[in-house]
Structure formats: C-alpha cells, structure tokens
Design a protein around this ligand. Structure first.
Ligand SMILES: [Fe+2]
Length: 391
C-alpha cells in the first residue's frame, strides 16, 4: 500500500489573499528575526487582521533549529493555544512550525522523541500552514523535520506523517527580495529533490510527474531568477518547482547527492543546497556507470527537458549531467569541493567520517547502485578534485 500526501497548495499572484478567508481565532506564527526584519511578516498579519484572527509571533528560529528553540516554542504555543500554526520562512522556520505544533498536542514530549511512531492528533487543536520565503527545501510539501542537537552537534531527521501542512501558500511577493546567492543555493536543492525523487527506488508513477516537471522548470527558470530577482515569471515558476520537488522526494526519497552532500555540509558547514548540488553530477555519473535502469530515467528527463533529442540512453543521461554542471557554472556555484574553499589536508583527514555519515543515511540505500565504503571514499576524492566519476 502506498500513499501520496501533499497540502492544499495556493499559488500565483496574490495568494496571500487566501488568508483573509481562513476560519479561526488565533494564529501562532513561527519565523526568524531576519524574516521579520525584511518585512515579510506584515503582509501576512495584515491579512490575518482582515480575517479577524489574532496572532502572536515566535521569531526565535535559527538556521537548523535546535531542540532548545523547539522546546521554547512548545511552551509559548502551549500558553497561546492557537487554532493555526503558521511557519513563515525557509525550511528551518517551516520545520520548526511542524515540531512546535506537535508539542501543542503532546506538551509532555521531548522534541527529540517526535517520531512517526507517536500519535499526535494535533488537528483537534490547530491546523498547520506553511508560507515559504525561499524556493528550495520543499518543506511546505513534506512531513519531514530536520533539527539540531547542539549538545552532540548532530542533525536529527524527525517528523510525523501528520506534519504535512494543511495549506501551503506560494506567493511570489515572499521571494522577490531573495538575494542571488540564496536563490542559487536553494535552487540547486530543488533540482536535486526533483531528479533524486524521480529516480528513487521508492518512486512510483505518482511521484514521477512532479519530479519531471520540477526539473524542467528549474532548468528553464533558475538562472533567470538568479540573474534578475525581479523576474516575476521566473520567481513564480521556481516556487512551483520547489514545491513539486518536495512532493516528489517527500513521497519517495532523495538519493546519493543528498547523503554525500549532507555529510559535507555537516562537517565543513557548506550550505545544504550548495553541498547537495555539488555532488549531484558526480553521483549521477556513478549511477550511469552501472545502472541501466537509472540511466534510462535520466535519459527520459533529458529528452523531456529538451537537453538531448537523440542518442542512446547513456548519451542523453550524460547530456543531463553536463547541463546541470553548466547551470551550476552560470550560478557561480562550486563545481568541486576544492572550489568550496575546503583545504585538501583537512578534507582527506575527514574522509572516513564523511563515509561513515553517508553510510548512515537511508538515502544511500534508495538508489539502484548502492555504494560501499570504498566507492564512497572514491566519490568524495573525485568530487574534491572535480574529476568525473569513471568507475
Ligand atoms: Fe534537500
């Protein structure tokens, strides 16, 4: 038995108008101080005022939110007793909102124990809304939550299938001011979600569509959004692509670019989208070299995205890899770990830890060619030098 979950998606110009028709009494807004400073909360609270919904802002969310912050948010939401919890921001704010609404239902739980095994039934108290201010994580359309245990400096992949937002509002006004570097980093995350979701061994005919369309939109619009942040069409289509990317990998699974990229990000503090985007071409080459099944899927994407029109599956798949490298180049993204500014000696010393972290990720197992320690070590080495994978 399979299921496909996604929120009600309100998108396009003036999508925030949806808020004026929302039924409820009190909204608890989860965000960060930067979003507040950028003036991105006011258009939301103006609409809530119109709808006569009271609101309170919790703006303590930091990047990769800590368990301590979530606990603090849990206490605040418990005092406020809202009937809506609204996450406004990038993945961190939306993930924090998901964790905080779970604590509204089960205040006795420690944030690290939020898991798919618990029942929360939080909708008897409140509903969940996500309003993204970046086009990347797809968190508005997934039930996953990433938190940080600052004591052990570990990332925790938590979540409950109940955490799928009820509503996601994709209003382009929320992303128009996004700086080029964040547009590039988060946009590379989108193409990873789309392609890895499309090729995941847990993918089904339900997840293929959003993955395919999200890839084409990213190839068509990401460079435009990066070069001209005021390009409304490009911004809108990248918002759609990010949410579809979330629908794709959120209902299947991401893959090797995510497990290797996570490892690099955790040890060398490279931003998520930049790290996974960097590994995507290398991990695609690794799969192309041995897996006819995944190569055929890459070729389908390449043909659909008009990256290649003739040639064998392998030629089309490699054309897609080249197109992704060209896109990263257009965005000024690093094409190798060396380009990220990581020192060689320090990197080589950490290769065993990089391998260990990648092996501990489920995303290393949801591809059609599962690397062992040795292959992972070689992938990490080749990616440092910027050398195409030839094994
Ligand atoms: Fe990602």
């Amino acid at each position: 038995m399979w299921n496909f979950s996604c929120p009600l998606i309100v998108y396009g110009d003036n999508s925030l108008d949806y808020l004026a028709q929302v039924k409820g009494k009190k909204a608890f807004i989860v965000t960060d101080k930067n979003i507040l400073k950028l003036g991105l909360i006011k258009p939301v609270t103006d609409k809530l005022d119109e709808a006569k919904i009271q609101w309170e802002i919790f703006d303590d969310v930091e990047p990769e939110p800590s368990l301590t912050t979530i606990k603090k948010g849990g206490v605040a939401v418990g005092k406020y007793q809202p009937d809506w919890v609204i996450g406004i921001g990038g993945g961190s704010c939306m993930d924090a909102a998901k964790a905080i609404i779970l604590l509204l239902a089960r205040p006795e739980l420690e944030p690290e124990s939020l898991s798919v095994l618990e029942e929360f039934n939080f909708r008897t108290k409140a509903r969940l809304m996500a309003i993204p201010t970046t086009s990347g994580t797809g968190s508005e359309a997934t039930w996953a939550i990433v938190l940080t245990d600052t004591k052990d400096n570990r990332k925790l992949g938590l979540g409950s299938t109940e955490c799928m937002p009820d509503v996601a509002i994709l209003d382009p006004v929320m992303v128009m001011g996004m700086p080029p570097q964040i547009t590039a980093d988060t946009g590379m995350d989108v193409i990873c979600h789309a392609i890895e979701g499309y090729t995941s061994v847990w993918g089904t005919s339900m997840t293929l569509g959003p993955g395919l369309i999200a890839t084409r939109l990213t190839l068509e619009y990401l460079a435009r959004a990066y070069k001209d942040g005021g390009d409304l069409e490009a911004r809108k289509e990248m918002m759609n692509a990010a949410t579809m990317g979330g629908m794709s990998f959120g209902n299947s699974m991401a893959g090797l670019a995510h497990s290797t990229g996570h490892a690099l990000g955790a040890i060398f503090h490279v931003p998520h989208g930049r790290a996974v985007g960097l590994f995507l071409p290398y991990t695609m080459e690794y799969l192309i070299n041995e897996s006819a099944e995944t190569t055929a899927k890459y070729a389908e994407i390449a043909r659909y995205c008009r990256v290649a029109s003739s040639g064998s599956d392998k030629e089309c798949a490699l054309a897609l890899v080249a197109r992704i490298r060209a896109l990263a180049g257009e965005l000024g993204q690093p094409l190798s770990v060396k380009d990220c500014g990581v020192g060689q000696a320090e990197y080589e010393k950490e290769i065993p830890r990089l391998i260990e972290r990648a092996l501990n990720e489920v995303m290393t197992m949801t591809v059609t060619r599962i690397p062992g320690e040795e292959d992972l070590g070689r992938i990490f080495k080749y990616a440092y030098e910027g050398k195409s994978i030839d094994f």
